[in-house]
Design a protein around this ligand. Structure first.
Ligand SMILES: C[S@@+](CC[C@H](N)C(=O)[O-])C[C@H]1O[C@@H](n2cnc3c(N)ncnc32)[C@H](O)[C@@H]1O
Length: 255
């Protein structure tokens, strides 16, 4: 798949940074010595950690070179490392593992979360947020357009993210190795500039696997068909704006 594109991702920086703010607000740690931002992207979530824990060593980790380039430019005093969340293991004890909008991209991520929690020191925290929007029209439309256009093929059929597990199953897997596990959903209604903006939003995230499987002409046609579908489900409000309904799942696990 093509690399992530930091510029595309940051077109909606304010909206995308609200969930990590809400997640961090629920982290029950007054101080930490070391925090790692898993899937740090362009450093927007890492910056929140630096602001909350100014005395901590804050490290960002990501698998995308473009995201890491942007993050290093933004926070030159932080360390950023290129690694895969699925296999990375901290070399020393980390008090806070922060993972905003990354685990949904990691196959079998609940087991990765558990493996990471098992390596936390007592009282250490893993805080994660994942979009829980695979049943939203925005995502159903991706699959529908993928299955009906001239581009329909096996690669596109597998491009959609799978549903997240239920809150119960996270709890049952993580609680045996935690003092406390908090799980909740928040549904955001992001105000964006019409249906085209919803396409732009997902070009920076969930549409990437679909677009990577298409050549430039087919990708443009795919996006046109997708935007038409989006316009049917996300009407323009009286002021020209559109509300993007966006459910997200939060997990804060304390070792
Ligand atoms: C949706 S962005 C989240 C960025 C940032 N944390 C935020 O709060 O906005 C997801 C990031 O996870 C990274 N990513 C996806 N899969 C990964 C993996 N297996 N290992 C490390 N990083 C990964 C992507 O490169 C991307 O930068």
């Amino acid at each position: 798949m093509n690399d992530w594109n930091a510029r595309q991702y940051l077109k909606f920086e304010d909206e995308r940074t609200r969930p990590p703010r809400d997640l961090l607000a629920q982290v029950p740690l007054r101080q930490v010595r070391m925090a790692v931002d898993l899937g740090c992207g362009p450093g927007n979530s890492t910056e929140l950690l630096v602001e909350r824990y100014p005395d901590a060593t804050v490290i960002g980790l990501d698998s995308s070179k473009d995201m890491l380039r942007q993050a290093r430019e933004r926070l030159p005093r932080c360390e950023f490392i290129e690694a895969d969340v699925a296999t990375w293991t901290p070399e020393e004890p980390v008090g806070l593992l922060f993972a905003n909008a990354v685990f949904q991209w990691v196959p079998d991520h609940p087991m990765t979360m558990r493996r990471m929690i098992e390596r936390l020191p007592p009282g250490g925290v893993l805080a994660a947020q994942m979009p829980d929007n695979t049943r939203e029209p925005s995502h159903v439309a991706m699959q529908e357009v993928a299955s009906r256009g001239p581009w329909a093929n096996a690669a596109l059929a597998e491009a959609a993210r799978v549903d997240l597990p239920s809150p119960d199953s996270y709890y049952d897997l993580l609680k045996p190795v935690c003092q406390r596990v908090e799980i909740w959903h928040t549904i955001y209604n992001h105000v964006v500039a019409g249906p085209q903006a919803i396409t732009e939003w997902f070009k920076g995230s969930a549409l990437r696997p679909f677009l990577s499987a298409l050549d430039a002409t087919a990708a443009a046609d795919f996006l046109e068909a997708y935007t038409a579908e989006i316009a049917r489900h996300y009407p323009v409000r009286f002021d020209g704006q559109t509300l993007l309904r966006f459910p997200r799942l939060f997990v804060v696990a304390t070792r």
